[in-house]
Write a protein that binds this ligand. Sequence first.
Ligand code: LLP
Length: 385
Amino acid sequence: MSSLNNLTDKLKSAQTPFYYYDLQLLQATLEACRTAAQPYGFHVHYALKANFNARVLQLIRDAGFGADCVSGNEVSKAIEVGFDPSKVVFAGVGKADKEINEALDFDIFCFNVESVQELEVINSLAAAKGKRARVALRINPNVDAHTHHNITTGLAENKFGINQWELADCAEVLTKAGNLWLEGIHFHVGSQITDMNVFKSLCVKVNEIKTWFEERGFNLNVLNVGGGLGVDYYHPDENAIPDFAAYFAIFDRYLDRRAGQEVHFELGRALVAQCGTLISKVLYVKKGIKKNFLVLDAGMTELMRPALYQAYHKIERLEGEAGSQVLKYDVVGPICESTDCFGKEVELADSERGDIIAIRTAGAYGEVMASRYNLREAIRSVYSD
Ligand code: LLP
């Protein structure tokens, strides 16, 4: 954040709020991930849903990553930005026919299929085009991600993926379907996972399900283990780059794979979270008896995670003429909702109108989840270069 601290005076006269992207940090993160995956020959697809800002995408494409998409528009965006269609995968529980047709036209690498019925639909749409669609079955492994309830995806109660008791039905459809080609199996158990044991449990499940298919004569080229690696929201400077080496080592150790079988990952947050900061200005200070409020010009419309998941983001007051004493503030936005609060009882140097506030680790699921609620302005972005 030192680069931003040096700019405090400039920022005071700048139009806020905006997302600030540290592109050097993004590049260093991508390089760390690439270097850690390389010895094992692991393939990483970047999950566009975390951030589809054009500058961010260009750097990720240039670093050689593939793209993991969850809508037709994400698929076209990835291809428009220059990701190779042979490195694009398309997941999601509700792919519309139009989206499937477009992806078939782009000849993307693979559809991650989430239900038996979707298999049948893709088969018939591919047949109409005289094509064979490559598919991977997204299987719900019923593994607890030990993360926030709202970002858990791999439990039987979640809508995602094919249940294990439906595998025989899938095998039957695949055997009969003339326009499908089974590439592999796919899993994603949740996001912001910091307990590495979750990934070990996932590996055990993947091995079990892979054996089930191989025993029935299906040759799986790809084991896709999804994303989910968490980041350190509490210490964004000390842990700016996630420990990719430790993460990949778990899959190398616990996943059984035969020679030539590819392992694919779909990382979103771990690649982009730390490079983004939401920059905002203090509009008003309300000093009370029980509470002090800092009212910012950014709110849940710019960064929804605290309101939606009670997510923690480190809040900093950028250097300037800080007051001498540290006070506790509830840091809130201007939106007409009580949940529009970035943090309660946040300790900050005595602040005043016009001070610049940085909300850290906002590069993932920040800008992409912004909304125009209250008819707010669309959020802008500024880059370190
Ligand atoms: N693959 C699939 C199939 C996914 O559903 C997701 C995220 C990813 C990969 C990437 O996961 P990551 O590596 O970023 O954890 N809006 C929430 C997070 C939702 C995650 C949705 N799926 C948040 O702000 O925490």
